[in-house]
Design a protein around this ligand. Structure first.
Ligand SMILES: Cc1cc2nc3c(=O)[nH]c(=O)nc-3n(C[C@H](O)[C@H](O)[C@H](O)COP(=O)(O)O)c2cc1C
Length: 236
């Protein structure tokens, strides 16, 4: 019974989250656009709310790294998946740009594989401002001028483990170009760009991308087109 109630609560949670998070309406314009095209095209939008340095184009020949966090198991609207939604997008970015990939994997993987339980753990971590450790160390960042950073939106924010990455690599990331991307089910980019700029002062944050998790799983060709178009716009 407890699980059924948790699942029902989880199902109604997502729309509410679009208006919570850190007190702003996360990715409001992108979410509206997403909803408008959701039956005709995958819901992928380059966010326009970047306020920390947007470039129209970028020089070619940039050496890029893609850092991402993503979960398998049961996820919202897609059932049980063996490749996470954000992982799908991360790999598309790497394929188009030739970037290296670094996956943030929890050192102690305490995250449940069922959606309702995962939302509880994530909420608790957010409330406690937890900084869960991740396995290994990030690649030597001095070799990269651009770092794409992606994650699922969790309760209107980056998952707390991403803040662990930001804080542990703050100095190495300052001065670089950072490009955020999210997967989500309604909240868009959720201020990932602004929050990234705050977490890493001195970085230039370029135009991010928000992709519906369900589209990443089930409309891959169309999502790939959108990802490639976004990257073209960034000069990749
Ligand atoms: C703990 C948790 C919290 C979530 N919070 C939100 C949210 O606030 N807004 C939203 O649009 N989607 C939310 N989602 C849905 C995920 O962002 C979405 O399913 C995402 O594509 C999952 O990506 P992944 O497979 O790479 O982990 C949440 C999912 C989980 C598990």
């Amino acid at each position: 019974m407890k699980h059924i109630l948790s699942a029902l609560l989880a199902l109604v949670m997502i729309p509410a989250l679009a208006a919570c998070g850190d007190g702003q309406t996360p990715g409001a314009a992108a979410v509206t656009a997403n909803e408008a095209v959701s039956t005709a095209a995958p819901s992928v939008d380059a966010a326009s709310d970047t306020d920390v340095g947007t470039e129209e184009t970028a020089p070619s020949g940039r050496k890029a790294l893609v850092v991402y966090f993503s979960r398998t198991g049961e996820q919202y609207t897609v059932g049980v998946i063996d490749k996470g939604n954000t992982a799908v997008v991360a790999e598309m970015i790497a394929e188009k740009t030739g970037a290296d990939l670094f996956e943030i994997v929890p050192a102690d993987d305490h995250y449940p594989m069922t959606y309702a339980e995962l939302t509880d753990v994530a909420k608790r971590e957010q409330k406690e401002k937890a900084r869960p450790a991740y396995k290994g160390t990030a690649p030597e960042l001095s070799g990269y001028d651009t770092v794409f950073i992606g994650a699922p939106v969790w309760w209107g924010d980056w998952p707390m483990i991403m803040y662990t990455f930001f804080e542990q690599n703050r100095d190495a990331l300052a001065g670089k170009t950072l490009i955020p991307f999210s997967t989500h089910e309604g909240s868009g980019l959720s201020g990932f760009d602004r929050k990234l700029g705050s977490a890493i002062p001195g970085a230039t944050v370029e135009r991010g991308l928000a992709v519906r998790g369900n589209d990443a799983q089930n409309s891959r060709a169309a999502v790939r087109d959108s990802v490639n178009g976004w990257l073209d716009g960034l000069g990749f």
